[in-house]
Structure formats: C-alpha cells, structure tokens
Design a protein around this ligand. Structure first.
Ligand code: SF4
Length: 1024
C-alpha cells in the first residue's frame, strides 16, 4: 500500500475534495449498507425498513390525534453541553435502565427553534406538535454534536471516584481514594505525596494578613488560591460564591481569554461596557446585507445551532445577501442554494487592515450615517428618531502627557457647575460649547484648542475626528497590501455595506484572536456604528434579560448571606488594574528610574485572565499561587503555546504546591493535577444558563438530573461532583455561606446549603417567580417529562407554594419569554452610546512601552508584548506561512470522546492552498510536518482551493493528548487510551511563547491578554 493511501486510511475521511471524501467513507458506507441488511452485530435486523431503530417514544393516534407515550420512556427537557451554545434539548430517557437513548431539540427553547412553542402550552401539546405533518414545522433538533453527547454518560474513560496521583505530577499514575480522604487531605495538607509538606487550603485561608507588606495591593494570603472554571455551564454562581465570598480569594478565571476574549473586549469598547463586554447579533429577520469577518454563521460564533437555521431561512426565504471574509472558505458560504453570497479570502490577521480600510473609505466618501452620528445623547437621539446614540461628537483631550489625555472633555473640566458630569460637544448650529444631553445635533468633526478651568491649554478633537485620523494613517493600497485583499474589493464591499441604511450589519467573533485582537475586533464592530444600526430593525441587537436564578431573586437571595466577604487585592493576571497604581511603579519613580517597562504586561481593561493567571502563579509575578482548583478548564489544550510555555514549571510541585482538578474526564490540563474529583455530565446535574447573545426575548435554560448520576456517592449519599466538593471543603473550613444557615429567603429566614439540590432548587424557585409566578406544573407535564421522578426532592426542599412552579420550569427545560413577531426588530434596546472613542482604553498606558493605548480603532499588525512585529523575530523567508484556526461543525474541544462523531469525521487534515502545496511538492494525502517557532505537529495534507494562498487552515477540536487518548494507570491497572481520540492535529500545540514576555508566557494579545491562535508564522514540509 502506498504511503498516501495508508495515511488516508489511517486518518480516514478529510472534509473537502470529493476523492478524499469518498476514499475515507468507503468503510462507513460499507458498514452502513451491511447494517441495513444484517444489523451491526451480524444478526438479522428486527425490521427490514427501520432496521434496529429504537421503538418510537410516542405514537400519535391517526384517528384521535392522541399522543401515546411508549412504556418505560419519558422525554425530558434539559440543556446540552456539547458546546458553549448550551441549547435546550429533549432527552429520551429509558426509565427502566436509567439510560439516555436519544437527544433532539427542546421545542420551547429559542436556541432550538426559530418559532418556539408558546411557553404555557401543555407539554402534551408541544410533543404532539413534533409529530405528523405539523412536525415538519414544529421539529426541534439538536446538532450532530449535541445528539452524540449522550455517549459521554457511560463512557469508559470517565472517572467516577476521587483519585490521587501516586507518581510524579503529570505521569498519569493514580490511586482511587474515598471522598472523605480527598477532603481531609486537600484542606489539611501534609506530606501528601512523599515529597515533603504540602500546604492545604486551611493553611492559606487567611483573609486578613497581607501576603506581601511591601506590595499591599497584592492583598491577603487567601489570594494564593487560584480557582478556575471552564465556562458558564450554569453552575458558575456556586463556584464564585466559594471563591470570592466564602474563601475570599481574588483569583478566579475562566476560558474566555483562550476563547473569544479579544472579540468581547473590542465589542465592549464599542458598547461602553468594559465589565460585561456586551456583544450584539444581527437581526436575521430584517437584515438585508451582512458581512461576516472573523466568524462564519452556522460554522462558528455563538449561538452556533440557531444561526444555522437562521442562515438557512434567510438565504432561501427572502432577499438577503452576505459575504464571508475569512482565510479559509467555510461551509456557510455556498452557492448551492442561491448566488446571494460570496467568500472574500483574506490573509490571516488581515481583518484589522481590511476593517480600517473600509472605515477610511466610508469617512473619506462621506458614506457614514451622518444623521445618526451627530446626535450627542439620548435627548437628541429621541428628537431625531434614531434608534441609539453615539459619542462621535464628544471631545477627546488629545494633547500628550496631560492629566486628562485620552479622556472625554467634561463640563467640570471647563468649570461648569451645571452639567459638570456631562460630555462637552460643539453645538452644530451655534458652534458654541454644549452639554451632550441637549436635544440637538453637534459638530461631527472638531479640532480646537481649549483653556481648561485649571488654566492649562489642551487640544481637543471629536471622537469622529480621532477615528478619521487613525483610519488615515495608512492609504487604501497600504491596507490592501497588509490584508492581501484587492483595493477594488475593499471599496466595493464598503460601498455595498453603506447601501442598505441600517439594514446592513458586520458580525465577528473568535476569528479575531490574533496578535492584535482588540483593535481588530474594535475596528470590525465600529463599522456597525458607521451605519448606525444599533437597536435598529435589520441592524444589531442585544439579548433579552435572563431570569434571575442563583442570584438575588424574589424568593431567595442567593447572592448575599451572613458572613459574606469580598475579595481584596489585585488579580494574579494583573488585569482590571493599572501598573501605574502599583508599588512597583511607585518605587521605580521614587528612585528616579524610568518605570517602563513593567516586569510583565498589565491589562487595565481586561477581566481576570486564565491566559495570564497560570504563568503569573508559577513565576510569582505579581505573586505566587500555592493551590489551584480547576473545574473543567483546559487551557493546556485551548491556549496556543501554553503547553510549551509552562509544561516543566507546572510539573514542579515546588511552584504551585497543590493542584485539584474537577471533571468527568481527565483533560489535558487536569492531567497535571494532584487530585482528581469526578464530576457530572450534563444529563446528571442541575444548572441554569442564559443565551450568550442572539435571543431577543428573556430566557433561562434549566437543567436537571434526567438520569441517576454514574459517579460514586459521598457518605451522606450525595453524588460526588464539583458542588459536593466545594460544599464539603467549605463546611470543613467553617466558611460562611455554606452549611445549615446559608441562604436567606424573602422573609429573612435562613435555609441550608448542604447539597446541590439545596442550591439549585431555590434557584428554580427564583426563576419561577421572576417577572410573575409561572403556573403550577400539571401531573401530565411531570409524567411526560419525567419530572415526577424528582418531585419528592422538589417537595423536600421547597415551600408548598413553590415546588410545583419550580417543576413547571423543569418540565419545559427553563423559562422563556414570549417570542417577538418576526418583523418586530430589536426588543431590548441598548441605552449606552456606541462608543467611537473609549476613554477607559484611551486614557491608559501600555505597561511595557509606556505609550497610551488608542481609544478608537486603529491598525496594528500582530505584535508581541513589547510592541515588536512578529516578522522581526521570525522573518517571512524562514516562516512563509500563516496558520488559521477554524471551528468544527462536529467537534468542540471536549466532545472527542463521542465515538459516533469520530466515525463521521475521524481527524482534521492540514488544509493548504493547492498552488502553495504543489509548489512544495505536497499532494492530498501526503503526511506533512507543520513547524512554527513554538513546535511542530504531523498531519495529513488536504489541498484546497478554499484556503487563501500563504495560509494553512486547521479545524479546532482534534489532536487531543488526553480525554481518553492516553493510557493512565489507576490502582496499578492500565486505563487504556484510545488512539482514535488523539487523531488529528491541535493548532494550539503550535502556539508561540512570546520572546518579549519576561515571565515566558505564551503569546497573548498585548491589549487584552487574549490567546493568539491566528496568523502563527509557520512552514510546512513533506514527511518521508
Ligand atoms: S450547538 Fe449543538 S452541541 Fe452546541 S449546545 Fe447546541 S445542540 Fe449542543
């Protein structure tokens, strides 16, 4: 067999070229054909037509229309965790054998249906609507990944008992221990591994004593605990309660910084929201022209599944055009249906140049929405009938090195006593100063000298002028050279984008995670402000408010409790604080030294960063962490370059003394743990989640144990889980907020927090009451959904008037507001301005260079922490290619254990442009080595015309080293790894360590600290 064929069969089917597709699918197709005839076990099938398909969960009587459920089955509505979209699903449950048989979509759920079932419709009616002819319309589906995730429940790679390492850290040797031993050892510490004393949680639980009196801003000793969490899977509130308000450490982090943080902070800058980092989605029902840049609908971005349906409807049902700008052709761009879409290939990380070029063209050609941009505040917006307002006319202090540099000029700066806090603008009619709150337009382009109340003179420029100045730093042809998109294409796209009024939108997401992610994102979303589409029908909208659950609700205040403490001190990641406020800075200034550069970057506008926490904790800048609890976080897999950066340091118990991983499986990060705590998969536990974006109505998903968990139980009979662990640790340490008197109700009575049900069921009561109480669940609803199985738990934990209303929420998989009419436009209106100049960004300095950040979009190439261009370190002649990562339709970072997904798409090929490949002598099916300055991987080449020249495209979700790929030893017995789980390549193994970051961290965006995984410099070579 020749090499090429062997590689193809080894890796099986690669998406793309038909030949490869066919070759890879020979085996599955043969098996499928045989299965139809003789069953997959070689036995005759039970039915010639339906094979061995399960009997249906319902029958609908053709005469009466009555729904007749199958014996021994219920259909439970809960939440999927196949990816972070967290759709509502319906799980078909075998109640006799405690198994999940099938997964489909929840018909009530807005993320699972474009026209969801009316919330107060009985469950029987909703289920009947799934069958027969109406079922075509009423059908609610899960995506392929969501449908396959049930395999995780009984997966042989799952851990179900607590484990402790018995070999060196990271060696994969474990012994199982009891839950009680786990809790004792992690709280009390001791010589736990025969390597010397290890501090337990008790030793660092001190919220009063400063860890470093020389640097009091580091806060108390308790900050030596780092707690991380993968994502908002509906359980985060209890993790934060433990972290911030019970234990009292400042240090918490989640996956955002290695997911889409660069986008979110850029979006937050536009929305004047540097805390929640609001982002908007397009109004699919009325938008007429949409550009997707750094994302691709139905392929990436969030909500993934919902956008697939919305795109399909929009491009087939009505006049709708769209363009996808990306280094590789995504499946979202297709001419199969109609020629109403296009793909513009772009160099990886070229998006920033392209967006800035479009901004420049729009300004130079006066194609912006002037009537929108000249409204300086809410009163002017209302008078002009605009859907929102912007700060385009507000004046930015633009002189260098003034105390107000980068700030918006306020009334107080001019000595106004009235309107002192208002922004100052120039009245469009009189040319005089005016408060932005006046109900009339202001000048759009302003440059003036002004004498301030303190006597100093500064130059002020309107935000729009500053944006124009930044956009004009490069010519269109220079921008074109940077992004490798022809000038004519840029112009045509800008012209088209500005030809639909407010019914044009540009959308982006994680594709901007390059070495200048923040400014890329800010530039792209700024284009929406240029056409004034925020809150406009056919424009962009923000999501509806979720229902309060485990927060300060109407029935129970779960955000406050007796003895609650607030964390103190700065984050390990040096975020949300300025270097200039540090003792390090003060000492340097006092000793007459130049305070710049700081030892490592600080991130004044970013949230706590998982991407910096670890390196900081290991390196001790600003301070060292002693204990790390990680719930499902997996930066070693997900953060480009992190493994290379910290592998050896993480294995050294002398740096972080104790690592506790909590997860149903052993992921790449928890493989470094000293203790592993088993956890629940989504069908086994409780939780509440919201939509990330894209849903107009209010919504909160609820998940509940639709089957009995597979994990072992504590001595008290609780399934071992993240919640059981945190509750037990808290009670042993005597922390507030846990135990018998922990949750106040509306009358001030205290209720216990001893079990997960104590927590989530009170959250369910809050959901049931927010916005008015829901009805009580009917017996039939509970019977059909299996909620009757948990009714005794509901009754035991909730008040008589509460439990059936909480049951109503679980029967429907959450609570969902009334869906607005299709042509209603945005329902929730963003009240703050579209921020053309963000002063929170523009008034801060970069901690290494001392330069001010620019408060509006501007162009920067990908760069390292000290500002140097990547090419200076890694010249193009040695590293001629640029890697681009794209999302998988089938795999998320944690779905690889589902074997049926691997059967469909076993591995990810290395996608390379046909002409580039041929020039290098590479053909489809060749084994290739991809090399970057950060590492190398081997994979199978797939030649594609749908990859930009000079780019190499890699689908995310493959190339695992753990999650079942590797053999571990448990109690002396091998737990065999499955090499199919490790198939393919992980682009993040090719990430770079930033040569200018003194702590030796992986390359992160210099403004936000977001992981850099786009445009990594690379070369490719044929193997053998
Ligand atoms: S998009 Fe698919 S995998 Fe993700 S939550 Fe929804 S159904 Fe599950």
């Amino acid at each position: 067999m020749d090499n090429k064929r062997r590689n193809l069969l080894k890796g099986s089917a690669a998406l793309g070229g038909l030949g490869v597709f066919g070759a890879g699918y020979v085996d599955p197709v043969k098996k499928a054909a045989q299965g139809l005839l003789s069953g997959s076990a070689g036995e005759p099938t039970t039915d010639r037509i339906t094979g061995n398909a399960l009997p249906p969960e319902f029958r609908i009587d053709a005469e009466t229309g009555e729904l007749i459920p199958a014996e021994g089955q219920v259909v439970s509505l809960t939440q999927c965790l196949g990816c972070w979209t967290q759709c509502g699903i319906r799980a078909r449950v075998d109640t006799v054998n405690n198994r999940v048989l099938r997964i489909a979509g929840n018909p009530y759920h807005p993320l699972s249906h474009e026209k969801p079932q009316v919330y107060d419709a009985p469950v029987r009616e909703a289920y009947t609507g799934l069958g027969g002819d109406p079922g075509i319309e009423g059908r609610s589906a899960a995506c392929a990944r969501g449908a396959a995730m049930l395999e995780l429940l009984d997966n042989p790679q799952r851990i179900t008992r607590p484990m402790k390492r018995v070999g060196p850290r990271g060696s994969g040797q474990w012994q199982t221990i009891s839950f009680e031993q786990l809790i004792e050892e992690v709280t009390e510490g001791g010589d736990l591994f025969g390597e010397g004393r290890v501090d337990g949680l008790r030793a660092i639980h001190d919220t009063e004593t400063l860890m470093d009196p020389e640097n009091p801003e580091y806060g108390p000793v308790a900050n030596r605990l780092l707690v991380t969490d993968a994502g908002p899977d509906g359980r985060r509130a209890i993790v934060k309660r433990f972290t911030f308000n019970a234990f009292g450490t400042r240090n918490f982090g989640h996956h955002g910084s290695y997911c889409g943080l660069g986008y979110r902070v850029g979006s937050g800058a536009l929305f004047d929201d540097m805390k929640g980092f609001t982002h908007a989605k397009l109004d699919w029902d009325r938008a007429r022209f949409v550009i997707f840049m750094g994302t691709a609908p139905a392929h990436a971005g969030n909500p993934y599944k919902q956008q697939g349906r919305q795109l399909a409807s929009a491009r087939t049902d009505r006049r709708f055009e769209y363009v996808v700008v990306a280094p590789s052709l995504p499946n979202s761009s297709s001419l199969a249906t109609r020629g109403n879409n296009n793909w513009v290939p772009i160099r990886p990380a070229g998006d920033s140049a392209m967006a800035m070029a479009m901004i420049r063209w729009i300004i130079d050609n006066e194609r912006y929405d002037r009537d929108y941009l000249i409204q300086p505040g809410p009163a002017a917006q209302e008078a002009a009938g605009e859907p929102s307002w912007s700060n385009a006319t507000h004046l930015v202090v633009s002189s260098e090195n003034h105390a107000l540099t980068g700030r918006i000029l306020r009334g107080r700066d001019l000595g106004w006593t009235d309107s002192a806090g208002d922004s100052v603008v120039v009245d469009a009619v009189s040319g005089e100063w005016m408060a932005h709150t006046m109900p009339r337009p202001a000048e759009l382009f302003v440059t003036r000298e002004v004498v301030l109340a303190d006597g100093s003179t500064v130059t002020v420029k309107s935000a729009m002028q500053r944006l124009a100045d930044e956009a004009r730093r490069l010519t269109l042809s220079e921008y074109s050279a940077e992004c490798d998109v022809p000038e004519a294409t840029i112009e045509a796209l800008a012209r088209k984008f500005t030809s639909y009024g407010k019914q044009a939108v540009i959308n982006t997401h994680g594709g901007v995670m390059n070495g200048s992610a923040f400014y890329t994102s800010y530039a792209i979303v700024m284009l929406n402000a240029m056409v004034g589409n925020l809150n406009a029908p056919g424009g962009t909208f923000v999501k509806g408010k979720p229902y309060t659950n485990t927060g300060a609700g109407e029935r129970y205040d779960m955000a406050n409790f007796p003895g609650k403490i607030g964390p103190k001190g700065i984050f390990l990641s040096r975020s949300r604080t300025t270097y200039e406020a540090s003792s390090e800075f003060r000492r340097k200034v006092e000793s007459g030294r130049n305070p710049y550069p700081a030892k490592a970057p600080w991130y004044p506008v970013s949230p706590p960063l998982f991407t910096e926490h670890l390196c900081s904790a290991l390196e001790g800048y600003p301070y060292q962490a002693k204990i790390w609890i990680n719930h499902m976080g997996n930066p070693i897999y997900g953060q480009a370059g992190l493994r290379e950066a910290i592998d050896q340091r993480l294995k050294d118990p002398g740096r972080i003394g104790l690592i506790i991983g909590i997860e149903p499986f052993i992921n790449e990060t928890n493989a470094y743990a000293d203790y592993l705590v088993p956890d629940l998969v989504t069908y086994e536990g409780w939780g509440f989640s919201k939509a990330w974006a894209g849903v107009k109505q209010r919504m909160t998903s609820a998940r509940w144990p639709v089957v009995e968990p597979r994990v072992e139980k504590t001595a008290d009979g609780e399934p071992i889980s993240m919640e059981a662990f945190l509750i037990a640790v808290s009670k042993r340490l005597g922390l507030p907020g846990f135990g018998d008197n922990a949750i106040p109700d509306a009358d001030g009575n205290l209720h216990p927090l001893n079990t997960a049900a104590d927590w989530y069921l009170r959250g369910a009561a809050n959901v049931a009451w927010d916005g008015g109480p829901v009805p009580e669940a009917a017996e039939d609803d509970m019977r059909l959904t299996g909620v009757d199985r948990i009714a005794p738990v509901l009754q035991a934990h909730l008040k008589p008037e509460e439990w059936r209303r909480a049951a109503y929420v679980f029967c429907r998989g959450g609570r969902f507001g009334e869906a607005p009419a299709k042509d209603a436009g945005p329902v929730t209106h963003w009240q703050r301005p579209a921020t053309i100049w963000n002063e929170k960004v523009g008034s801060n300095r970069h901690s290494l260079t001392g330069d001010y950040f620019t408060g509006c979009p501007t162009w920067h190439p990908p760069r390292f922490a000290d500002g140097s261009r990547v090419e200076r370190h890694y010249p193009v002649d040695q590293w001629p290619l640029r890697l681009t990562s794209y999302k998988s339709h089938l795999q998320s970072p944690h779905s690889i254990a589902a074997s049926r997904l691997r059967q469909i798409h076993p591995y990810n090929p290395v996608g390379i442009n046909t002409r580039d490949a041929e020039a290098a002598g590479i053909q489809t099916g060749d084994r290739v080595r991809l090399v970057t300055p950060g590492g190398s991987v081997e994979g199978v080449a797939l030649l594609r015309d749908g990859v930009k020249r000079g780019a190499v495209a890699i689908e995310h979700g493959y190339g695992h080293r753990e999650l079942g790929a590797r053999t571990h030893t448990v109690d002396g017995t091998p737990l065999p790894g499955d090499e199919a789980i490790g198939a393919g390549v992980n682009l993040n193994d090719l990430g770079l360590v930033d040569p200018t970051h003194s702590s030796g961290n992986a390359w992160v965006d210099w403004v936000t600290g977001a992981s850099v995984r786009q445009a990594l410099p690379a070369r490719i070579e044929k193997v053998g």
